[in-house]
Ligand binder design. Structure first.
Ligand SMILES: Nc1ncnc2c1ncn2[C@@H]1O[C@H](COP(=O)(O)OP(=O)(O)O)[C@@H](O)[C@H]1O
Ligand SMILES: [Mg+2]
Length: 298
């Protein structure tokens, strides 16, 4: 994997943090208070850490990701958000130097246990990246690709239409399914990538800064789509955009990067605070969270 691909970028015209903090509170108004105890966990992270070539990038991550919720991972660049996200569908397996420790439980099964097939894992836990990355194929074939590789049975036309409908793209592309996906706008390409992830029948979608290459209108469409999708799926999103986290997510994990006590030189990411999004943005427990969400530090 290209590490560049995981570097966050601030989209042009995106609000600066200080402005973001001011306008976040209204978007939370009227949000029902989250009640963690009653909710089903899709993922249970227990002491999860990842190192690259022996150097810890993120450590001691323990929290639950709840079903039919949007969970946001926020924090400064390099604190391990993408690394942690990749643990959730075993994408770090593809990075030869990466080692995952601790336990990632998915519907109470150890995701890294013996007998778990990473291909099946990625079928059930889809991923959408920062830059839209459609295949250089037709719109139809982009969606059909995963199901065909996986040997999924059923009516392919129906499957393609269903995925495009769920990604709010069908009406825009139904008359040009055979055209190359590269002819679509950036926002359409990103919704195509979401449709492609939906086509294999997942129950979780992981998104790594899915809007950072998009304009505000395309971003708003993806955010609306995420809110629609959470009725059926659970979503974990890494975002650099605080307003986005506040607008769409139910729970937020704030990560920071600190000097490692043991070595004194190694910088390692960890979770400072994990709480309902409203709490993180209006009344966090930790002063580091407050400094970050109010834009005092970045
Ligand atoms: N493929 C990789 N190989 C080696 N180091 C990596 C790789 N990906 C990320 N890292 C390192 O891990 C740390 C966390 O990176 P990352 O997860 O990309 O952070 P974030 O997404 O929060 O910006 C950084 O120090 C980064 O340089
Ligand atoms: Mg990242």
């Amino acid at each position: 994997m290209d590490p560049e691909q995981t570097e966050p970028q601030q989209p042009p015209g995106a609000p600066r943090r200080a402005e973001a903090a001011v306008s976040i509170a209204p978007s939370l108004a009227g949000r029902p208070a989250a009640t963690a105890a009653s909710r089903e966990a899709v993922f249970r992270l227990i002491g999860v850490g990842v190192s690259y070539a022996g150097k810890p990038a993120v450590r001691d991550v323990s929290f639950d990701v709840h079903k039919h919720e949007i969970t946001a991972l926020i924090g400064p660049s390099g604190c391990g958000k993408s690394t942690l996200l990749r643990c959730l569908n075993r994408m770090n397996d593809l990075i030869l130097t990466a080692r995952v420790e601790g336990e990632v439980r998915y519907h109470d099964v150890d995701l890294y246990g013996p007998g778990v097939d990473p291909v099946q894992v990625r079928k059930k836990i889809g991923m959408v990246f920062q830059k839209p990355n459609p295949f250089p194929k037709s719109i139809y074939d982009n969606i059909a690709f995963g199901p065909r590789v996986l040997g999924m049975s059923g009516d392919m036309d129906e499957l393609v239409e269903g995925a495009l409908r769920r990604a709010a793209l069908w009406d825009e592309v139904k008359d040009r399914l055979k055209e190359n996906a590269y002819g679509m706008s950036g926002g359409q390409q990103q919704r195509l990538c979401i449709a492609r992830a939906l086509a294999t029948g997942p129950d979780v979608i992981l998104m790594d800064e899915p809007c950072s290459a998009l304009d505000p209108i395309a971003t708003a469409r993806i955010e609306d789509l995420m809110l629609d999708l959470k009725d059926r799926y659970s979503i974990v999103i890494v975002t650099h955009n605080m307003q986005q986290a506040a607008r769409v997510s139910d729970m937020t994990a704030f990560f920071t990067v600190e000097l490692d006590d043991a070595s004194g030189t190694q910088r390692t990411g960890r979770v400072v605070e994990y709480a309902p999004t409203e709490k993180i943005f209006t009344n966090p427990d930790d002063s580091r969270t407050e400094d970050y969400v109010t834009g005092k530090v970045g």
